[in-house]
Design a protein. Structure first.
Length: 413
């Protein structure tokens, strides 16, 4: 094996963890829902969200490569008030986001293992296992878990979509009237869909934290080229899967009269049925296990990300490293999220829409923070973004801001 290949293998990891975090509710729930309800009409919106959010995630990885630190350190160095804003954004979102992810995971867990428990109790089991894994191994356990699962789900989803495209689209039932996008309800769902596509912008800070941990693990400091290649592999995977999940929903469910269930168990059964209906019943165990594993990896990644981020925020704001801070935050996020799940016990769609919409509303602020930091004095000229990426970021900020204003206009009027 050449030294370049060996070095890249040491770098590979944060991008896969990022993909594992993205390919969760945004893909399995929202993309599938978009295809099932609207066909291919919302495909341009999915692509636009993936393209226009790209710079802000890339900036986080780029900053870590340039400085060896997370972009959270850049927030603190540019002004503690920036870090305080980020902390407030995180506290507002972390319970809702984690709850939405784990709600879906609980449904898939019950479907795979045949466990007859309510969603909140299944979620409690998932949180307990996640806390145990993170307390014991943190990044090592997370990194090893995701690589195999991501490949299985990627291949299974693409395979199911190809088979479905050859077997033909569902013929709309008699009297089927497709929903209109240009209504208040349609636009609100559009914003919710883009809110986590491929994920929330404020979570961009996590890629740098994972890159730091990977460098400690391998004792190798990757080059900018290696860091961005790792990130881009993960980002491209998330974009491809978003399109494929939407396509599955559009081909198999659009016009069929089937409405996606509002319960975790019902949705899990329908999701697995998308695959088995096209690939055959023989695929049930493979698909059910891959879907559950993917969502479980998303749950553990989200807990890890919020734990790391808040641990770093506390250290930067107060200048001290509190013992057990990371695991304390993980436990707090899990406990708060459990309470949210208990509140939305039989209302999956409302919980997911709330989480994704909140994420979209705060996206312009998170995007502006990353834009300002990547062009700060802390980043050498050699590591700053090229002009095309800079202008894509400017357009991205305008895109996110415009839809946020539209949402508030609909909400008020």
């Amino acid at each position: 094996m050449s030294s370049n290949s060996s070095n890249f293998l040491k770098t590979l990891g944060p991008g896969i963890v990022f993909a594992g975090m993205c390919v969760g509710v945004s893909h399995l729930v929202q993309s599938t829902r978009a295809g099932a309800d609207y066909g291919f009409v919302l495909l341009p919106a999915v692509l636009a969200a993936v393209i226009f959010k790209y710079p802000f995630f890339e900036f986080s990885s780029r900053y870590t490569s340039a400085t060896g630190k997370s972009i959270l350190n850049g927030y603190a160095e540019s002004g503690k008030w920036i870090l305080v804003i980020y902390a407030l954004i995180t506290v507002v979102t972390m319970f809702i986001v984690t709850a939405a992810v784990t709600f879906v995971t609980a449904g898939l867990m019950g479907n795979l293992f045949g466990i007859d428990l309510t969603t909140d109790w299944l979620a409690a089991i998932i949180f307990s296992v996640c806390i145990a894994i993170l307390a014991g191994g943190k990044y090592n356990a997370l990194d090893g878990l995701l690589k195999f699962v991501s490949v299985v789900l990627l291949l299974s989803t693409i395979g199911a979509a190809i088979i479905a495209s050859f077997t033909g689209r569902t013929v709309p039932v008699e009297g089927f009237v497709p929903p209109a996008v240009m209504t208040s309800g349609g636009i609100v769902f559009l914003i919710a869909l883009m809110g986590w596509m491929p994920t929330a912008v404020d979570m961009s800070t996590w890629t740098g934290l994972w890159a730091e941990e990977r460098a400690k693990q391998t004792k190798y400091t990757p080059t900018l080229k290696e860091t961005l290649l790792d990130f881009n592999i993960g980002y491209i995977i998330t974009g491809i899967l978003a399109v494929v999940f939407l396509s599955l929903g559009a081909i198999v469910m659009y016009g069929s009269g089937t409405v996606l269930s509002n319960s975790a168990a019902g949705f899990a059964s329908q999701l697995v049925g998308l695959y088995t209906g096209t690939m055959g019943e023989w695929s049930y165990l493979i698909i059910a296990a891959a879907a559950f594993s993917t969502m479980f990896s998303t749950s553990i990644t989200v807990l890890d990300g919020y734990g790391r981020a808040m641990d770093r925020v506390v250290a930067l704001l107060w200048g001290t490293n509190v013992k057990w801070s990371y695991i304390i935050w993980v436990v707090l996020v899990a406990a708060g999220s459990f309470l949210v799940i208990a509140e939305f016990l039989n209302d999956l769609k409302s919980l997911v829409d709330l989480a994704t919409t909140v994420s979209f509303i705060i996206a312009p602020f998170a995007a502006i923070l990353n834009f300002v930091i990547i062009f700060s004095k802390a980043v050498p000229i050699s590591h700053r973004p090229p002009d095309w990426l800079k202008w894509l970021a400017v357009v991205g900020i305008l895109f996110l801001s415009t839809f946020t204003l539209i949402y508030f206009f609909i909400l008020i009027f």
